[in-house]
Ligand binder design. Sequence first.
Ligand SMILES: *[C@@H]1O[C@H](CO)[C@@H](O)[C@H](O)[C@H]1NC(C)=O
Ligand SMILES: *[C@@H]1O[C@H](CO)[C@@H](O)[C@H](O)[C@H]1NC(C)=O
Ligand SMILES: *[C@@H]1O[C@H](CO)[C@@H](O)[C@H](O)[C@H]1NC(C)=O
Ligand SMILES: *[C@@H]1O[C@H](CO)[C@@H](O)[C@H](O)[C@H]1NC(C)=O
Length: 337
Amino acid sequence: MSMGPAVLLIAGVAWTVLETATATEWSCAKPVEIEHGYVEHLIKYRCNPYYQLRGSGDGTYKCDEDHAWVSPEAGKEVPVCEPVCGKPKNPPRQMQRIIGGLLARKGSFPWQGRLVTRHNLTVGATLIGDQWLLTTGRNVYLNHTENTKPEEIAPTLQLFLGSQKQPALGIERVVLHPSYPEAVDLALLKLKQKVLLGEEVMPICLPQKDYVHPGRVGYVSGWGRGATFAFPNMLKYVMLPVAESESCRQYYEARNQSYWVQPILSNDTFCVGMSELREDTCYGDAGGAFAVQDPDDDTWYAAGILSYDKTCTAAKYGVYVDVQRVLAWVKETVAAG
Ligand SMILES: *[C@@H]1O[C@H](CO)[C@@H](O)[C@H](O)[C@H]1NC(C)=O
Ligand SMILES: *[C@@H]1O[C@H](CO)[C@@H](O)[C@H](O)[C@H]1NC(C)=O
Ligand SMILES: *[C@@H]1O[C@H](CO)[C@@H](O)[C@H](O)[C@H]1NC(C)=O
Ligand SMILES: *[C@@H]1O[C@H](CO)[C@@H](O)[C@H](O)[C@H]1NC(C)=O
């Protein structure tokens, strides 16, 4: 007769497993020898919903001869629960049509952040992890002069995620893209604390491939001004197609540059046209994601970040920073902490 393994299951808030694992918890007793068999000491780590294990297989660790927990994949490294991205509970679809966009249901755009400037203007931001967001450089500089330093701006910003009842989150650090403001209107925001993820707060995934092809439809959400130029208190969204970049470039080159605020166009941007229903993005939507659903893995990716939100059905093209083209900078900045 042999006995099955003794399994201990540990479940907690995603990262408490890590932070409370003390040296004694992390050591284990020697496997006990019994007649014609043995008791194998196993520990199985699981992440809470909205997190997944990274690099430790299914989270099973065995007690080795040195009284240490060892996993075949991670060795003696403790397991890490990392955020699940791009899997909204209620993916956006066409319903509840209203003037100038659709009303988002709860949990449709869980990556949508609301950035509030010191003069109380609301703009967009996009959650890409449990502590970092993307927004535009111009958003960050609203109500600040151009020679203000990012570290002076950070404490003047407030960020809101999830339901309207959630308290404001502080920004620890603002990192501008090295090509801002000439070519890339982008900034990373680091929150003071990690946020707990759930149905209403979930990051969008960074693109693993190129989704920016003319005609490809994406979803853009925001609290920007609608047809009446009032800021709505409900999140809205529109579905818009990627446009031909050459037509867009020519369109903005021909416009009276002294009269209009011009978009920042470069090799790292792409343009998006208006929908057939003349729905569009408008003031305050910048910082939101051009979210595309990849049918191959049923996951949502941030193909772009809305930079030029001054179209409001009057101009033909919205302009987005192409996230895939700035991916190396995003990953390096986030990894550096
Ligand atoms: C911003 O809004 C808050 C809360 O509504 C209010 O107390 C504050 O005076 C406003 N600040 C400005 C600059 O309008
Ligand atoms: C910031 O906003 C306040 C209130 O609208 C305004 O008085 C002030 O001039 C603005 N400052 C800058 C630098 O834009
Ligand atoms: C551009 O707009 C300005 C301000 O409205 C106007 O004075 C100027 O004549 C316009 N130029 C052209 C070429 O339309
Ligand atoms: C942008 O792309 C064009 C065409 O590929 C190239 O000729 C140009 O040098 C690029 N510009 C920059 C700033 O990289």
